[in-house]
Design a protein around this ligand. Structure first.
Ligand code: ZN
Length: 143
């Protein structure tokens, strides 16, 4: 989802991965602002970072608990992870097309129904991730 030229810049920079990613997201945010200046898309998507933040599940471990060796970012959780295939299928029915990452912005902005359906699905998934995280934390604390 992150533009390739920004990712290329990121690989050329020095510094920790987290700092570099933050810089990339800031650049992307700036580009997004410039590209959508004054339009309604800017108002409804005021900050793209929550959609792509690496710390999607707020834990120090960045990997998906379901898929070995895969970073659990928004793209993985929303579009790829088998844990949420039921949610994805339901959403696809609701919006009348496949929910795929390359169509994400187009899907989001093509109708209010889609916007609401996608944001609800994302919120449900985030709630589920938080629940799982709390579960894991309480398990490890009681050990
Ligand atoms: Zn996964």
């Amino acid at each position: 989802m992150i533009p390739l030229d920004l990712l290329a810049d990121e690989t050329r920079c020095n510094g920790s991965a987290a700092v570099k990613r933050e810089t990339t997201l800031m650049k992307w945010q700036e580009r997004w602002r410039a590209a959508t200046n004054g339009s309604w898309t800017r108002r409804i998507v005021p900050d793209i970072r929550p959609w792509v933040s690496r710390k999607f599940n707020h834990e120090t471990n960045p990997f998906c608990t379901h898929c070995a060796g895969v970073i659990e970012d928004a793209e993985h959780v929303l579009f790829v992870c088998p844990r949420y295939s039921a949610e994805r299928e339901e959403l696809s029915l609701n919006i009348g097309r496949n929910f795929i990452v390359t169509d994400f912005i187009d899907i989001l902005l093509s109708s209010q129904n889609n916007w609401v359906a996608v944001t609800h699905m994302a919120a449900d998934i985030m709630k589920s991730l938080r629940r799982a995280e709390r579960q894991r934390n309480s398990n490890s604390n009681s050990r």
